[in-house]
Design a protein around this ligand. Structure first.
Ligand code: ATP
Length: 343
């Protein structure tokens, strides 16, 4: 019986939020011990590929590497896009958490987007196992996010959570420790960055990298900007002359640039509301919708969702950590894990 093997968990056991943008690790009894971008810099010589840097150090190299070095983001749209590199990244993070001591192989809880395929689930399990896990348990991200945000998921009442990450936006209605309805769209922070990059290219003939696009979004991104608009100077390469140049961009332009992605997220929320059984809808009217994930920090997204749905919208206390905090609670309290883990 699988639950028998839940006994005897060790202090080296951990919960990992293997995100498209960031990877977070929670160690049993200790809390969050690692928070790094999901980026790996790899050097390719002849046929051999060597990992040069992982996490923050590798993210600094994005878009700045010479020919034989590539900075790779091995997760795309919430799932593993490059199996080997994901495994190398996980191995690095697990060893870092353990201070490179070789301990008993840990049991690991990994959160995955809701509705991922069996093949994608197997890829996550296998990559965690080859990176050193003894056993791997999976939890759906919106469930983990809801637990991490402190929602009473085991009660017979609706909890609605919208987790906006780098690769996916997950909308879910949870009651009695089960997901009553969920919708996962592969539109979130990364697609916004891409849209900003394309907008600046089109409108200002300026080429910028994805790292700069993300920085602009975080600095002045706002879904309901008002004059005087915040603005930021950006440097890039002029498409026509080929030389470096600087332009000033304002928040209204960025709203325009990411409008389509924001609309997709709003529509996903509305569609979830339409598919929620009436008894549970009544609970949502009272309790509202909780936003988690880095995208919850996009300025005024909560206000826009409130305008569009007429419901109370609450941003979780620490939206970037909700998922790993929820998986961490399942690690600390195995009764929760038994209820929410998926096959
Ligand atoms: N202040 C901010 N304003 C807008 N977006 C932000 C802000 N801070 C972080 N983000 C965005 O949040 C995203 C990362 O969020 P998070 O770490 O929750 O995602 P993830 O778990 O790695 O992704 P996924 O759940 O899709 O696998 C990035 O796109 C980042 O640019």
């Amino acid at each position: 019986m699988i639950f028998d093997s839940l006994l005897g968990w060790l202090s080296s056991d951990m919960a990992i939020d293997l995100g498209t943008a960031n990877t977070l690790v929670y160690v049993k009894g200790k809390g969050i011990v690692l928070r790094e971008p999901s980026v790996v810099a790899v050097k390719k010589d002849a046929k051999v590929q060597r990992v040069l840097a992982v996490g923050k150090e590798a993210k600094m190299m994005l878009g700045k590497t010479p020919g034989n070095i590539v900075a790779i983001r091995p997760m795309k749209d919430g799932v593993i896009a490059d199996f080997e590199v994901t495994e190398a990244m996980l191995r690095y993070f697990i060893r870092k958490v353990h201070n490179r001591r070789t301990l008993v192989r840990p049991r690991i809880i990994v959160s995955v987007p809701s509705g991922i395929t069996q093949v994608e689930k197997r890829a996550v399990r296998e990559s965690a196992e080859s990176a050193g896990a003894r056993e791997v348990y999976l939890i759906e991200e919106p469930m983990a996010a809801a637990i991490g945000a402190g929602l009473p998921i085991t009660e017979p009442t609706a909890n609605m959570v919208v987790d906006i990450g780098g690769g996916t936006t997950e909308v879910a209605v949870i009651s009695l420790a089960g997901i009553v309805y969920s919708k996962s769209v592969r539109v979130a922070g990364d697609k916004m960055d891409e849209a900003i990059l394309q907008y600046i290219k089109r409108k200002h003939n300026l080429l910028i990298g994805e790292h700069s696009a993300e920085r602009i979004k975080i600095e002045i991104g706002n879904v309901l900007p008002e004059p005087p608009f915040d603005q930021v100077e950006i440097k890039g390469r002029d498409l026509v002359s080929g030389v470096p140049k600087t332009v000033t961009i304002n928040a209204e332009e960025i709203r325009d640039a990411i409008n389509e992605q924001v609309e997709t997220i709003v529509e996903a929320v509305k569609s979830a509301l339409e598919h929620t059984p009436p008894e549970l809808s009544a609970d949502i009217v009272d309790k509202g919708i909780v936003l988690t994930g880095g995208g919850a920090l996009l300025r005024n997204l909560d206000k826009l969702l409130r305008d569009e749905t007429g419901l109370p919208i609450i941003i979780a206390d620490d939206p970037l950590s909700s998922v790993v905090l929820g998986s961490g609670q399942a690690l600390d309290n195995l009764n929760i894990l038994k209820e929410v883990m998926i096959a």
